[in-house]
Structures are given as structure tokens and as C-alpha cells.
Design a protein around this ligand. Structure first.
Ligand SMILES: [Cu+2]
Length: 340
């Protein structure tokens, strides 16, 4: 709302200036008045840009994700924070100087610019400083990349397969043997929505589910497949994403560290849920008795992050992180592929 108002005000102020500039054709040579107008407009525009940045930070920080719910997510967030910190520092200084110098050195009769053909000192500074800063960021980033993408597979991770298709997800647990049975798109029939091979004994104890349960503190190794087009399995709260590619298996591993119940008590989530429910309450006042919206409760989600067709938005699956005992009880209560 505030942003819209500011944009409209900016347009109202800006339009007459543009129209004035277009209509005024008498002279091609800038007068002292033109130079002053342009100088001050550059300064004003700078103040406007900085104002917008500050307002956006204040009004939109509530839509940011809460703290990471996975082990690697903490280093991932640290890397993101450092990168943003460096970017904002550089932008604040350079953009500010750009507007200020455009104002300070606006055209003045009789003033000429200095001609500098080359300066070794300047070349050294503007090559050296970015090289150093980028090298630090890249080395830091590559370490975290390696930590996330080459996890220690000897730690007996829980194997879960995620199968994307237009437009829903299926999940499969590898069962007691922790080995997924073979699969093929040609075996898809009736309840066998993931195409599990009936002749492979490793598949008989596999468990197909419509939601993902994860035990807190245990490493999970996800195997991703797609039935049709490119999908992308996106777990925003765990800072994890991997493409699901037809014809190949991709993988990603993470360790959940915060249960759903614990995350629901996080102050940021409490505020978010309160905000969403206030919107729902307001809507409910206008809706009939049969169309009432249910109150929202927080849940982790698996989303699709590739625009994969008309119902792309509908590709979501609930993810529940719970204590290991509760997880074991839930998995034991599920039917295996053989018993289906
Ligand atoms: Cu998709």
C-alpha cells in the first residue's frame, strides 16, 4: 500500500518533468537553469531510491523465511547474509557517490573536466579490491557447496524417493532394508503410481506415502525422479532444492534439526500465522456459512520450483518433522508395497 502510494506520487511529480523536456525544443544547448534542474533531480532521485530501499526492507522483511530447519541451512544462511552484506555495502557507497557527484559536478559555465588517460594506482585498486572480495566469497561458498552436495554417505541416511509428475508429488520410503526397489514408468498401473517393479524383492517393503515424515536429527538422502517434464523439488525451510529430471535420478541430502511443533513456536512463525488468520477472518465475514476458511496452521512444505504447466502451483506436499520415536511409529503404521 505505502509502496503503491509512493510510486504514484513519483509518477505525478515525474510526468510533468518528462513532458516539459519533450515539449521544450527551442534550444539544443543546455542553459544554467537546465543544468541546475538536472543536478537537483539526480540528487532527488538518489534520495528516492534510498528511501524505497529502506521502506522495502521495513515492510517486506516479514515475508522472509524463518530460521533454517536443517543442519547445512545454517551455513547456507550465513553465506547468503555475508554476500548480501557485501553487495549492500558496495551499492550504498557507489550509488550514493554516483548521485552526489552528478549533482556536485553538474554543468557550470566555464568549468571543464580533467582529462586523465591512465592511472596505475586507480587500475590497481579497482582490480585488486573486487578480486580479493570475490575470491573470499567464492572460496567460502565453494566450501559450503561441498559440505551440502557431498555429504558423508557412510552415516546410514534414511532413503526417501520423491517422484514428481504433472501435477503432484509421490513419496516412497525404502523400508526395512533401506534400499528402494527398481522402478520403471511402464509399470505404472492403478495403485502403483510410482512404477515400482513387482519382481524386485527390494521393493516389497517400500512404503508409498502422500506426505513426508522426517525424524529429527537423522540424515535423510532424497532420490528424485520425474515422470514427465522437469520439476524441481524445493524445501524452502530446509534450504534445499534439486531438479527432478525425466530419465535420471538426482539426489540431495539434509539433516532436519527443528520439529514441526518446535517451528510452530518460533516467534516469526507465530506472527506469520497470526497475520494469515487475520486475513482469513476478514474474508470469512464476507463469506457464507458453507464457504468459511479454516484457520491456518504452519507446516513445512515440499514445493515445485519449475514452471511445469498449468497446475504447477498445486504441486505441494506436507512435510512433518518429528521426534524419532513418533517417526518410527508413523512409518510402522503405513502399508508396504507388497501388502497393497
Ligand atoms: Cu512441477
Amino acid at each position: 500500500m505505502i509502496i503503491n502510494t509512493i510510486l504514484i506520487i513519483a509518477l505525478i511529480i515525474g510526468l510533468p518533468v518528462i513532458i516539459y523536456a519533450i515539449r521544450r525544443k527551442e534550444s539544443e544547448v543546455a542553459t544554467a537553469k537546465d543544468n541546475n534542474i538536472n543536478g537537483f533531480l539526480m540528487l532527488l532521485f538518489g534520495i528516492y531510491v534510498y528511501g524505497m530501499i529502506i521502506i522495502s526492507f521495513l515492510s517486506y522483511n516479514k515475508v522472509l523465511l524463518p530460521k533454517s530447519a536443517s543442519e547445512h541451512g545454517v551455513s547456507y544462511d550465513k553465506l547468503a547474509a555475508w554476500t548480501w552484506g557485501v553487495i549492500f555495502f558496495v551499492v550504498f557507497v557507489t550509488q550514493g557517490l554516483l548521485h552526489f557527484f552528478a549533482f556536485k559536478f553538474r554543468g557550470t559555465k566555464g568549468r571543464k573536466s580533467t582529462f586523465i588517460s591512465h592511472s596505475n594506482t586507480l587500475e590497481f585498486i579497482w582490480t585488486g579490491v573486487p578480486t580479493l572480495v570475490l575470491a573470499v566469497l567464492i572460496i567460502f561458498g565453494m566450501n559450503i557447496w561441498a559440505e551440502i552436495n557431498y555429504p558423508d554417505f557412510d552415516s546410514d541416511p534414511l532413503v526417501i524417493e520423491v517422484y514428481g509428475k504433472q501435477w503432484s508429488w509421490d513419496a516412497r520410503y525404502a523400508g526395512k532394508d533401506n534400499v528402494l526397489g527398481n522402478d520403471n514408468v511402464r509399470f505404472i498401473e492403478g495403485a502403483n503410481t510410482m512404477g515400482i517393479d513387482k519382481t524386485d524383492p527390494a521393493g516389497s517393503d517400500d512404503v508409498m506415502t502422500r506426505e513426508i515424515h522426517l525424524p529429527k536429527g537423522r540424515k535423510v538422502l532424497f532420490k528424485f525422479r520425474s515422470q514427465d517434464v522437469l520439476h524441481s523439488a524445493f524445501f524452502p525451510h530446509f534450504r534445499a532444492q534439486m531438479n527432478c529430471v525425466p530419465g535420471m535420478v538426482t539426489q540431495f541430502s539434509f539433516t532436519p534439526t527443528v520439529t514441526t511443533e518446535e517451528m510452530r513456536k518460533d516467534p516469526k512463525i507465530v506472527a506469520k500465522v497470526k497475520h494469515i488468520n487475520a486475513i482469513r477472518d476478514a474474508k470469512n465475514k464476507k463469506l457464507g456459512e458453507d464457504d468459511q476458511l479454516e484457520p491456518y496452521t504452519f507446516d513445512y512444505l515440499l514445493l515445485c520450483n519449475k514452471i511445469c504447466g498449468t497446475n504447477h502451483y498445486n504441486m505441494q506436499m506436507k512435510v512433518i518433522v518429528e521426534e524419532p520415536a513418533a517417526f518410527d511409529a508413523w512409518l510402522a503404521s503405513q502399508k508396504t508395497f507388497a501388502s497393497k
